[in-house]
Design a protein around this ligand. Structure first.
Ligand SMILES: [Zn+2]
Length: 277
C-alpha cells in the first residue's frame, strides 16, 4: 500500500496514511528528511490500509487537517463491514486501537484549496470500496485515484462491486482525459490511461472466469466448486504472475471468487451496463 506526499507552496500534502503504526512511522521519518512540514492529510477511502496511520501523522503535525469526503468519513465512523475489527484481529496487526478521524469533511465534488494548491475531488462509489474519492491536481495533471487503480497487484473484489468498479473506471477515463501520471493505492505510479485499461482488463478477465463457473451447465450449476475455484485462481495467477495481494488477507483470491460469484448470481446479464456483460 502507498502513501504519497506532494510539495505545495505551504508544505506537503499527504495522500493516505498506510495501515500499520510501524509503516506510518517509517514514512514519517522519510517525510522529516524533506525538512518540510505536512500541511494536510488527505484520505481516498476508509479501508484500513489507507487510514490506519492517520494518528501518527496527525500527532507529528497537529495543525495539518485530515480531509475526507462526507461519504468516506461516514464509512469510517460506521465501518459497516467490520473491517477495522477484522484488521485488529489479525496476528501482529499493529493497527491502532482507536482510529483518528477526519476533521475536514468535504462535499462530493468539492474543489479544495490546500497549502496553496488547488485540488479537484470526485466521488467514485460502489467500486473497490463503498465510497471513494479521487484527487486531481490539474497543473501537473496528477491523479490520486486511491484503490480504484492498482499497478500489478491482486485487487480486493471482496465487496462484490466488480461491475460497479468497471463502470467507475469508464467514468474515471472520461473525467480525466488529460491526466498524466496516476499514483495508485498499491503498486508504482504509471500513466493513468494504462492503469485504467489494465485494471479493467483484470476485472473483466476475472468476471469471465467466475461467470463460467456459475453457469447452470457448469459442474455444480450456480455454485462454485472447490475445483472450479482452484482453476480460476490458477488461471489468474498465470495471466497476472507475481501480483502481491492488496490486503493482508491470505485468502484474498478465494474471497474474491466468493464475492464475485455471489454478485454474478444475483444479477441478470441483460440488466447490466455494457461494460459488465
Ligand atoms: Zn488499499
Amino acid at each position: 500500500m502507498n502513501t504519497y506526499w506532494m510539495r505545495a507552496p505551504e508544505g506537503l500534502i499527504l495522500f493516505d496514511t498506510l495501515r500499520t503504526l510501524t509503516d506510518a512511522r517509517q514514512a514519517l521519518a522519510r517525510i522529516r528528511d524533506t525538512g518540510q512540514p505536512v500541511a494536510a492529510i488527505l484520505l481516498t477511502h476508509a479501508h484500513p490500509d489507507h487510514v490506519g496511520g492517520a494518528g501518527i501523522f496527525k500527532e507529528a503535525f497537529p495543525r495539518a487537517p485530515i480531509y475526507a469526503s462526507e461519504a468516506s468519513a461516514k464509512a469510517m465512523r460506521e465501518d459497516r463491514r467490520g473491517l477495522y475489527a477484522l484488521t485488529r484481529s489479525l496476528p501482529g496487526s499493529d493497527f491502532p486501537s482507536e482510529l483518528t478521524h477526519p476533521d475536514k469533511v468535504f462535499r462530493a465534488g468539492a474543489t479544495l484549496t490546500i497549502a496553496g494548491t488547488r485540488l479537484r475531488t470526485a466521488e467514485f462509489p460502489h467500486a473497490e470500496s463503498d465510497a471513494a474519492t479521487v484527487y486531481y491536481e490539474p497543473e501537473s495533471r496528477t491523479l490520486f485515484p486511491g484503490d480504484l487503480l492498482g499497478n500489478r497487484v491482486t485487487p480486493a473484489l471482496v465487496e462484490g462491486h466488480s461491475c460497479g468498479w468497471l463502470v467507475q473506471l469508464d467514468r474515471l477515463r472520461e473525467r480525466y482525459p488529460a491526466a498524466g501520471l496516476a499514483h495508485p493505492g498499491h503498486g508504482a505510479p504509471a500513466p493513468a490511461r494504462d492503469l485504467i485499461s489494465r485494471q479493467q482488463a483484470y476485472i473483466k478477465h476475472f468476471r469471465g472466469l467466475v461467470k463460467r463457473a456459475v453457469r447452470e451447465s457448469s459442474p455444480a450449476g450456480r455454485r462454485v466448486t472447490r475445483a472450479e475455484r482452484r482453476a480460476i485462481i490458477a488461471a489468474m495467477g498465470r495471466a497476472h504472475p507475481r501480483h502481491p495481494r492488496v490486503a493482508s488477507l491470505p485468502t484474498l483470491m478465494e474471497e474474491n471468487v466468493k464475492a464475485v460469484a455471489a454478485e454474478l448470481v444475483s444479477t441478470r446479464p441483460a440488466e447490466l451496463p455494457r461494460v459488465c456483460r
